[in-house]
Design a protein around this ligand. Sequence first.
Ligand SMILES: O=P(O)(O)OC[C@H]1O[C@H](OP(=O)(O)OP(=O)(O)O)[C@H](O)[C@@H]1O
Ligand SMILES: O=c1cc[nH]c(=O)[nH]1
Ligand SMILES: [Mg+2]
Length: 210
Amino acid sequence: MKEHLTVVTHPLVQHKLTLMREKTTSTAVFRQLLREISQLLAYEVTHELPMTTRRIETPLEEMDAPVLDGRKLALISILRAGNGLLDGMLELIPSARVGFVGLYRDEETLQPVQYYFKVPELLGERLSIVVDPMLATGNSSAAAVDLVKQAGAKDIRFLCLLAAPEGVARMKEAHPDVPIVTAALDERLNEHGYILPGLGDAGDRMFGTQ
Ligand SMILES: O=P(O)(O)OC[C@H]1O[C@H](OP(=O)(O)OP(=O)(O)O)[C@H](O)[C@@H]1O
Ligand SMILES: O=c1cc[nH]c(=O)[nH]1
Ligand SMILES: [Mg+2]
């Protein structure tokens, strides 16, 4: 991908995102919408995957048919909320390898606190797509990408649902080589580091916690 930031403006994505933002949307509907949007975003973030051909036989004749080239890609979810994007993406890319980076944001310092890390082997030979619905200060995603790079990944993309300008700038400074795909670029962060207008706390809305 050439662009550092891609905003997916497809009408289905934008309509579903509006429903997710509304405060009256229930946990069950929020989760279902995130699953649906994740598949549309997965379509965008994978649209330049390398291809090769394989000789196959249709019922009528042989042909060289297009297939994905290279190693299976790695989907890396930033816990917890990343799992909301992961589930839908796995339905579309069932053979993907899966990794997890456990991080939560300290509410006072807005710095990420790590509690888990497990990623697939041979990351250096795969495309890694790091997923988290929210890119706010960018501290969590920058730290997650640092860890994924330390594990060997070289070709990395970051997929989110909502991005704040502050988070995009932070990622561009820390990881200029990592393209970002998002459904919306919102206006700003509030004094608690929440995205405005945003959708609230993605993890809490997905899992019904507070
Ligand atoms: O860009 P940042 O300022 O770092 O904020 C974004 C992070 O905050 C949220 O996670 P949270 O810490 O709430 O953890 P959770 O997924 O367990 O709810 C979100 O899912 C991101 O990981
Ligand atoms: O707006 C925000 C910012 C960080 N994390 C969230 O879940 N929402
Ligand atoms: Mg949360």
